[in-house]
Design a protein around this ligand. Structure first.
Ligand code: GDP
Ligand code: MG
Length: 439
């Protein structure tokens, strides 16, 4: 992957005490190739490399004590700048409701993303209204209604015969009356860009004057995504882009080119099919992830969004006071299951690839049952203080829970790792300090 290749290059650079211009040139060639292989736009790569090179061969870098580190830092800064520098927020209307219009080709993920956005703003304490303005596919309305029901978000629709412009207008009127905000419009896409679609979208735009027109585009389509974004932007004037299916796109080319080519900021990224899988886009974090610096901040946000806050606080207190028991561990495993696939979470940790032990933390449902049984077979004393669990106790616990001694061992190891992982969440307490730990 792109990350692997860049990390390989940087390892070579870091290993050198002094850098010559030839070293930098060689590294730049490798980075250039890696980016092109990741399907980053050719022109974007060219400009990027020349900016990095210009800075990297400067006096300050070459004469510094850690030239390799300096180059990595420059690449990180330039990658971040390429993706827009800082995160871009939703434009809220001064007079509610704010109208967010989602546009894009069929299958890009508009309907799914509409629901994800609704969930996201709902978690911020807002009362969104979802609007089914895709009237061409009857299933589309139903799809949105099902998602709305799941999230307990109202869905505004007017049936198949209606005109999308009328629907949008009526929906905004309705939202104003009942105090819904924002209004999220799920519009109709086509398989390809065509005039009928653009004309319809322009008419909706004219009718309801959205604060946000967000293009939903499939990251897996790489440079096509960038092309689609350019065209939509020219014809409609986008306020931002939502890249979906970034969970499946290992190359990351679209994420790296969209902003540079179109000038439109990426505002959110879709990281899976479920409604919680939408993330605010942070250019610096993606740059860090690409460079293998991990993504601790995203990890913490994810944890905070999905963990029961009170319960988490209680766990933190226990960890601080060394009262974290195996019973808490069981509880915590159940909580972590809610955060999504563990390997995905772990991959966000710095150096995760090397943390072999963390792999043991994989939770599969079958194993959960084992875990529960094993902990149940321990005495309260053993649960509080697993250090006392010696060989003969392990045998007794294994027999009692219908498992093997090695299962008990694995569980105890997982418990230790979980404690370490929990320290990552709790130590220092604040995000700022966390950041300092992983420069
Ligand atoms: P629309 O035609 O633009 O409304 O697209 P849909 O919302 O119906 O999504 C098309 C397909 O893409 C569905 O199967 C979604 O589950 C899937 N999908 C949408 N967003 C994501 C994402 O971020 N990751 C993954 N893996 N799948 C997604
Ligand atoms: Mg749809």
């Amino acid at each position: 992957s792109l990350a692997d290749k860049l990390q390989e290059t940087f390892k070579k650079l870091r290993g050198k005490g002094k850098l010559t211009e030839a070293d930098v040139s060689a590294a730049m060639r490798e980075i250039r190739l890696a980016l092109l292989e990741a399907d980053v736009n050719f022109k974007v790569v060219k400009d990027f490399i020349s900016r990095v090179k210009e800075r990297a061969v400067g006096q300050e870098v070459m004469q510094s004590l850690t030239p390799g580190q300096q180059v990595v830092k420059i690449v990180h800064e330039e990658l971040t700048a390429l993706m827009g520098g800082s995160e871009s927020k939703i434009n809220w209307a001064s007079q509610p409701p704010t109208v967010i219009m989602l546009v894009g080709l069929q299958g890009a993920g508009k309907t799914t993303t509409a629901a994800k956005l609704a969930r996201l703003v709902q978690n911020q304490g807002r009362r969104p209204l979802l609007v089914a303005a895709d009237v061409y596919r009857p299933a589309a309305i139903k799809q949105l209604q099902v998602l709305g029901e799941q999230l307990k978000v109202p869905v505004f629709s007017m049936g198949e015969g209606s005109n999308p412009v009328d629907i949008a207008r009526a929906a905004v009127e309705h939202a104003r009356k009942v105090g819904s905000n924002p209004v999220i419009l799920d519009t109709a896409g086509r398989l390809h860009i065509n005039e009928a679609m653009m004309a319809e979208l322009a008419a909706i735009k004219e009718a309801v004057k959205p604060q946000e027109i967000l293009l939903v585009v499939d990251a897996m389509t790489g440079q096509d995504a960038v092309q689609v974004a350019s065209t939509f932007h020219q014809q409609l004037g986008l306020t931002g882009v939502i890249l979906t299916k970034l969970d499946g796109d290992t190359r990351g080319g679209a994420a790296l080119s969209v902003r540079a080519v179109t000038g439109c900021p990426i505002k959110f990224t879709g990281m899976g099919e479920k409604t919680e899988a939408l993330e605010t886009f942070h250019p610096d974090r993606l740059a860090s992830r690409i460079l293998g610096m991990g993504d601790v901040l995203s990890l913490i946000e994810k944890a905070q969004a999905n963990l029961d806050v009170e319960r988490a606080k209680e766990l933190q207190r226990k960890i601080r006071q060394q009262e974290f028991t195996l019973e808490d561990f069981l509880e915590q495993m159940k909580q972590m299951k809610k955060m999504g696939p563990l390997d995905e979470i772990i991959s966000m940790l710095p150096g995760a690839g090397k943390m072999k032990q963390l792999k043991d933390l994989q939770i599969d449902p079958k194993e959960m049952i084992h875990t529960e049984a094993i902990i149940q077979s321990m005495t309260p004393e053993e649960r509080r203080n697993p250090a006392i669990i010696n060989g003969s106790r392990k045998k007794r616990i294994a027999a009692g829970s219908g498992t093997r001694v090695q299962d008990v061992n694995r569980l105890l190891r997982q418990f230790d790792e979980a404690k370490k992982l929990m320290h990552l969440f709790t130590e220092g307490g604040s995000k700022k300090k966390m950041k300092g730990r992983f420069p």
